[in-house]
Write a protein that binds this ligand. Sequence first.
Ligand SMILES: C[S@@+](CC[C@H](N)C(=O)[O-])C[C@H]1O[C@@H](n2cnc3c(N)ncnc32)[C@H](O)[C@@H]1O
Length: 347
Amino acid sequence: MSDRTSEIIRDYYGNQLAGQSALKTGACCSSEALPARQRAILDSIHPEVSSRFYGCGSPIPDDVEGLTVLDLGCGTGRDVFLVSALVGEAGRVIGVDMTPEQLAVGRAHQAGQARVFGHTASNVSFVEGRFEDLAALGIADASIDVVISNCALNLSIDKHRVFSEIHRVLKPGGELLFSDVFASRRLPPDVAADPLLIGECLGGALYVEDFRRLMRDVGWPDYRILRRQKVAIGHPYAELLVGPTVFWSMKVRALKVGGLEDACEDYGQVATYLGSLPDAPNAFLLDDHHTFITGKPMLVCGNTAALVGAGRFGRHFRVDGNRSTHFGTFDCSGAAPATTDAGGCCC
Ligand SMILES: C[S@@+](CC[C@H](N)C(=O)[O-])C[C@H]1O[C@@H](n2cnc3c(N)ncnc32)[C@H](O)[C@@H]1O
């Protein structure tokens, strides 16, 4: 990362922003609704932490009790603490951030939050450093169950390295779940380098097609969008700079499973959600076009069968069929139950 960009980011989050109300655009804001259990936990997080929340979504994973979760660009730790309550005493949450002032707020509340959640000791560690080099922070290969990040990865100027590192540290079957700002085009370099746009998570926002290429290159030819919402910038100078660019806040899920192909292929496989995820008794939303209704068999492409069957949600699904017979390309026009001749969709 260039020293100039690092300094802009550290100065912005360490000195300039004293809380959400100091944000100048609508990029680092979240309007995503949370499940009731998570809302109740949020209410018990100290206001000094939650008032400095600069996330653009809610990448809070389900079914994490006892797991190890890594939050990249954790800031003051709102999501770290929320997840620390969900993983419980047997689990662990590691928050990484490079701005010491942000981490200081989280650390100041670490013991207090553990008490509030009824933990005998804190299950949280705040680590100062850059998420481009997790090895330097002692995070070993295949040691993490779930990586989350909220409006932080856009700030990296070496995103290839960040996503390679995420892939390296995840266990087989592990999940990357993150919310971030994406753009409809590559910004002109002088616009992308504007300090206000950098700080507000717009200058570094990835062009969606470059993100697809990057993910393919690091080993994720298939990832899923769970939510996409247009960003209302609401700042005349920033709007002038970005011109016709459209920005979206997107929530993305990638599972570290083998055998993913770069398109939907039909092997006649059927997946059935068992209804056993704690926060999703009636239906599981894999992505914005796969809602698995509990107990209802659904025709799926080879990738979706691999994601739900071999990823960390595998014990919550029954997958019938294998890849022994290929029936051609999979119809991605819309997810449908197995009793019709239409199929699921993953593109
Ligand atoms: C928009 S804030 C979001 C913070 C937090 N996720 C939240 O939701 O409140 C982005 C955070 O990413 C951190 N950050 C930016 N680039 C980083 C990098 N390369 N390595 C580690 N942290 C970084 C910044 O210090 C800042 O705290």
